[in-house]
Design a protein. Structure first.
Length: 272
């Protein structure tokens, strides 16, 4: 890993850095904070999406590490490190877990170098998630992942940044075909609420990055074609195997979610 930060462009916003800013991180620049502040100022409550998504990812990794025998993870579009990264959660419960992080953002890759120095069961592959063969055949992936054994493929908050013409279903299908039976897939995704909040948030992302696609439950389910969707199915991320159910409660014993929390869903699927 030779990334020294010289390729980081601090004059153009980065999806990874905006996300970092919304989560309270410090690895961002003024241009990222400007976009993040649009969500904080003009779309109050929208930051809940980032926190709900991150918490669901943490629970998903823990679920896989504790309830399956899977000990290898591929985290596609991993973003900047924060508290409870995939390898930290997995290795807390299964110390022999191996993790390949995949991202194209130069700043993510700089942090990846630090990860490699402290953990020999982690690799960071510099690749675009839209080029799955490059990821699959990368020497670091080949070194760390045994594709004859089940793999956990994590699509956390990444498929909604793949536009329709870029074939997000094809990306999932590629990885489905690469891994053996018993492999798990975790997806979190912006869910269309057919409301003003959805339209405005989608507009901000499309105008800034040229990507950011809110999809319906049916469209998200179609991305997982050929996989067995596990209970509780496609649900708001905050309701995906929650650790604590806070009040106020509804008649199903669930906490009432804000309109924004309904706009990020999570789902786990398994290759039979």
């Amino acid at each position: 890993m030779t990334y020294d930060g010289s390729s980081i462009d601090s004059t153009r916003p980065s999806i990874a850095r905006v996300y970092d800013y919304l989560l309270g991180g410090k690895d961002n620049y003024a241009v990222d904070r400007e976009i993040g502040d649009v969500f904080k100022r003009d779309l109050p409550g929208s930051v809940a999406i980032a926190f709900a998504n991150r918490a669901a990812l943490t629970r998903a990794v823990r679920e896989i590490a504790t309830s399956t025998g899977i000990r290898q993870f591929i985290d596609l579009g991993s973003g900047l490190p924060t508290a409870d990264n995939v390898h930290q959660v997995a290795q807390r419960h299964a110390p022999d877990s191996r993790v390949v992080y995949v991202d194209i953002d130069p700043q993510v890759l700089v942090h990846g170098r630090a990860l490699l120095e402290e953990n020999d069961q982690v690799r960071v592959v510099p690749a675009d998630v839209r080029n799955p063969e490059e990821i699959r055949n990368h020497p670091d992936t080949v070194e760390l992942i045994d594709f004859d054994r089940p793999v956990a493929v994590m699509f956390s908050a990444i498929l909604h940044h793949v536009n329709d013409e870029e074939d997000p279903a094809g990306l999932v299908r590629y990885w489905r075909d690469q891994v053996p039976s018993g492999s798990y897939f975790f997806v979190s995704h912006f869910r269309s609420g057919n409301n003003a909040e959805t339209e405005e948030a989608e507009k901000v992302l499309q105008e800034t990055f040229g990507r950011g696609r809110w999809r319906t439950d049916e469209e998200i389910e179609a991305l997982l074609d050929g996989l067995e969707i596990l209970p509780p199915g496609i649900v708001p991320a905050s309701h995906w195997h929650p650790d604590v159910v806070d009040s106020p409660w509804n008649d199903r014993g669930e906490r009432e979610l804000t309109v924004w929390e309904h706009l990020i869903v999570a789902v786990m699927a398994r290759k039979a």
